[in-house]
Design a binder for this molecule. Structure first.
Ligand code: ZN
Length: 194
């Protein structure tokens, strides 16, 4: 592997990151779990961070400040909605902080329960980091070229295996979240955590 390979579009990048808000309060850190692996240019990262990775290489450690606009966007009050509890039958746990999948006009979306009353539940469809200016501490661990298959699928396949090989001649399998499918191409697994 070329240790000096610089990050370009279509690089696979394995990185550690710690993200803080503008006051320096730690929000999340990959050092607590495993490094994040992404395909540069796939739009998986927020725009401000993806842009900042360009031309970096293995071993680089750097800080990136990203405005809310280049991160998760502004908060939208209209994404906060109150729904009748009876519409959420089948949801096992319904407490503040529970994440639910909701089908909206814009497709599948994750909403977070922010209030639970006797017969109503308030959910927030905003990204938890919407409206926040963020600071990332980034450490680049690995840079390699994405394979053709990875580029076609838009996600990373683990070392030495083709996670989608089981689909046979289904070259155009979709990557929409789907209840029936499991595994990397159905559940958004395969090293990513969306
Ligand atoms: Zn795949």
């Amino acid at each position: 592997m070329d240790k000096q390979m610089k990050i370009t579009n279509s690089s696979v990048v394995v990185m550690h990151y710690a993200v803080s808000d503008s006051e320096g309060t730690l929000i999340d850190s990959s050092y607590d779990h495993k490094p994040m692996a992404i395909i540069q240019g796939s739009g998986y990262l927020i725009p401000g961070l993806e842009e900042a990775l360009v031309d970096h290489q293995v071993g680089d450690k750097f800080e990136v400040s990203v405005s809310a606009e280049q991160a998760y966007g502004d908060r939208h009050d209209e994404y906060v909605q109150t729904v009748q509890k009876e519409l959420l039958q089948g949801v096992e746990e319904l407490t503040v902080g529970t994440q639910l999948r909701a089908t909206t006009d814009d497709g599948e979306q994750t909403v977070i329960v922010i209030d639970v009353a006797d017969d109503e539940v308030t959910v927030d469809g905003n990204h938890p980091l919407a409206g926040l200016d963020l600071r990332f501490d980034v450490e680049i661990l690995e840079v390699r070229e994405a394979t053709q298959e990875e580029l076609e699928h838009g996600h990373i396949h683990s070392e030495g295996e083709s996670c989608c090989g089981g689909h046979g001649d289904d070259d155009e399998h979709d990557h929409e979240p789907s209840e029936e499918k499991t595994g990397c191409c159905g559940g958004g697994g395969c090293g990513s955590s969306h």
